[in-house]
Design a protein around this ligand. Structure first.
Ligand code: KG4
Ligand code: ZN
Length: 335
């Protein structure tokens, strides 16, 4: 089955073609970062309008790269939610319209299921069951995963998600949006231990996360420096180490609690090199990451998640759906 994947939940237009026999045939990503840069965050209306401009040219490009025409497609997968309603609607509308004209099925995919299953694009792919850490701009989740659509929530964000904490802290340090990669780069030249921030909620058994207090600690540290910005890199390093330590601690606990020996890490913060290094060092645990470009939003993960459900026979009606808020643990297995 050849599936076109469409991702438009936020500020990235992602397209991909996934073949259930040959694997990923092509993928393209257009990032709107520059468009939103001046505003310090994503402007939903601008995001939707830009998706409209990019979707069809990118669809043509991925088909061309895969040496296919629209008629060769067997199904279309699109991000149904969670995400920005206007942005979601652009992808959902294209998917349903194209599917209607081609007389093939279109299926809405949960954005976080896309992230969660993205490591299956890699070789070796993780086998079910596994524990999963999903750390993106909007979510920090620990899940126990027994199969496609068999997800048990172990821990959740109580306030700022890990990526959001990176973005907000980066803003405090005067770094451009999105702040995660910029902050990680600045932290490279910082001295570990020069600033010691707390490891939130590691003093109790819960697997929930809370990162908003950390941001306040960074703000106080910045203010204490006055006009002197020479210690920004040390502050960035102190913050990154605090987030990474906390995530690693919670993963260890989740693995113990579920008795799983495999850990899957996905979502934008999964691209963080220090996090990857620290998780790889966990004893007796196999850790699986998508390649860094598939940690952040992309069409390949949506094509893959859609392919797994479409090949199992899951279908939906022709109604155009976009669901801004959706719990991952509410999903069911295909069909
Ligand atoms: O998964 P994603 O692309 O979008 C959402 O679904 O939210 O994640 C984006 C988030 C942003 O908050 C970004 O700052 C963060 O992932 N991020 C990183 C890194 N690369 C992206 N955070 C820390 N280190 C990175 N290298
Ligand atoms: Zn995402």
């Amino acid at each position: 089955m050849r599936i076109l994947g469409i991702e438009t939940s936020c500020d990235e237009t992602g397209l991909a073609v996934y073949d259930t026999e040959r694997g990923l045939l092509s993928h393209r990503l257009y990032s709107q970062t520059k468009l939103h840069d001046a505003y310090g965050g994503v402007v939903p209306e601008l995001a939707s309008r830009d998706h409209v401009l990019r979707l069809l040219p990118l669809t043509d490009e991925v088909l061309q790269e895969a040496a296919l025409t629209r008629r060769d497609l067997d199904g279309i997968a699109y991000t149904e939610g969670p995400g920005l309603i206007g942005a979601l609607l652009t992808g959902a509308t294209l998917a349903k319209t194209l599917a209607w004209t081609l007389d093939i099925p279109a299926l809405g995919v949960h954005h976080l299921e896309g992230h969660l299953l993205a490591p299956l694009l890699e070789t070796p792919a993780p086998a079910f069951p596994f524990a999963a850490l999903i750390v993106s701009g909007g979510h920090s989740l620990l899940m126990d995963v027994r199969g496609v659509g068999q997800y048990e929530l172990l821990g959740d964000t109580l306030d700022d998600a890990a990526g959001e904490a990176f973005d907000k802290t980066a803003k405090l340090l005067g770094l451009p949006y999105p702040g995660g990669p910029a902050l990680a780069r600045l932290a490279e030249s910082g001295t570990p231990g020069a600033f010691k921030f707390s490891r939130p909620m590691t003093d109790r058994p819960t697997l929930d996360f809370s990162f908003s207090g950390l941001k306040t600690q960074v703000l106080l540290a910045i203010k204490a420096q006055g006009e002197d910005r020479s210690r920004d890199a040390d502050i960035a390093r102190g913050f990154e180490d605090a987030v990474v330590d906390t995530l690693v601690w919670k993963c260890r606990r989740a693995l113990e609690q579920t008795a799983r020996s495999r850990l899957v890490v996905a979502g934008g913060v999964g691209a963080n090199l220090r996090l990857r290094e620290r998780l790889r060092a966990l004893p007796n645990i196999e850790v699986y990451f998508p390649r860094p470009m598939f940690c952040t939003d992309n069409g390949a993960m949506i094509a893959l998640a859609g392919a797994l459900r479409l090949t199992a026979g899951q279908r939906e009606d022709a109604v155009i759906r976009a669901t801004p808020r959706r719990e991952l643990a509410s999903l069911s297995p295909p069909v």
